[in-house]
Design a protein around this ligand. Structure first.
Ligand SMILES: C[S@@+](CC[C@H](N)C(=O)[O-])C[C@H]1O[C@@H](n2cnc3c(N)ncnc32)[C@H](O)[C@@H]1O
Length: 196
């Protein structure tokens, strides 16, 4: 999948990199500018780099995790960069955010990411995670997500699956919202995760 994401970043492919509107993203994740200002914040899944730039403008210590070195090149001038979630520094971040990434991740990769990010939170740190739930139960919680499913963002999971994965990764979580996406026969959901 790294080669796929590198190619999207090299081509500036908006279909896959999204470039989500920052205020909308933060509202969905129930994170405010005041939660971020001056803090050490980890952005997981850089996309076009808009969120990382916003964090820099807020005076944050900006850190970015992405599977793609090309993505990380966008933010290297002002952010610390990480390709491997298990290489993140322990107990370092006040806040971590992850928007439109988990539905592109097979379960083994998501477990790695959750393990690394949860361990990188300070005692009072919080990880705001977006995930996708399919309206069709048969499309949720599939263990061996295919490459096609990862590319299309179809790695959908139930809230109870996310809770189980977070618990196994050393965290505890509150699921707080579901936005329906009827055109995609799914909803996007949001969790706040803390280290146990
Ligand atoms: C759909 S874009 C979302 C970008 C941005 N967060 C947003 O909401 O607009 C997905 C981003 O996650 C990155 N990504 C994909 N798989 C990843 C993984 N396993 N670990 C970390 N980053 C990943 C991609 O390189 C890309 O930057």
């Amino acid at each position: 999948m790294k080669a796929f994401w590198d190619a999207q970043h090299q081509a500036n492919e908006r279909l896959y990199l999204t470039g989500s509107n920052v205020p909308m993203l933060m509202t969905r994740l129930r994170v405010t500018d005041d939660d971020c200002r001056g803090r050490a914040v980890l952005d997981v899944g850089v996309g076009l780099g808009k969120m990382a730039q916003h964090l820099q403008a807020l005076g944050c210590e900006v850190h970015c995790l992405d599977i793609s070195t090309v993505a990380l090149d966008r933010v290297r001038g002002f952010a610390s960069t990480y390709e491997d979630p298990l290489a993140l520094p322990p107990e370092t971040f006040d806040l971590a955010i992850c928007h439109l990434v988990s539905q592109h991740m097979a379960e083994a990769d998501l477990i790695r990411m959750l393990t690394g990010v949860i361990a990188s939170l300070k005692d009072d740190g919080m990880f705001a995670l977006q995930f996708s739930i399919s309206d069709d139960p048969a499309n949720n919680d599939i263990l061996d997500d295919s490459r096609e499913r990862q590319i299309s963002g179809g790695c959908c999971r139930t809230a109870s699956k996310i809770v189980a994965l977070v618990t196994a990764a050393g965290g505890k979580c509150t699921i707080f919202g579901h936005d329906p996406w009827p055109d995609h026969r799914s909803s996007w959901s949001y969790a706040h995760i803390r280290r146990c």
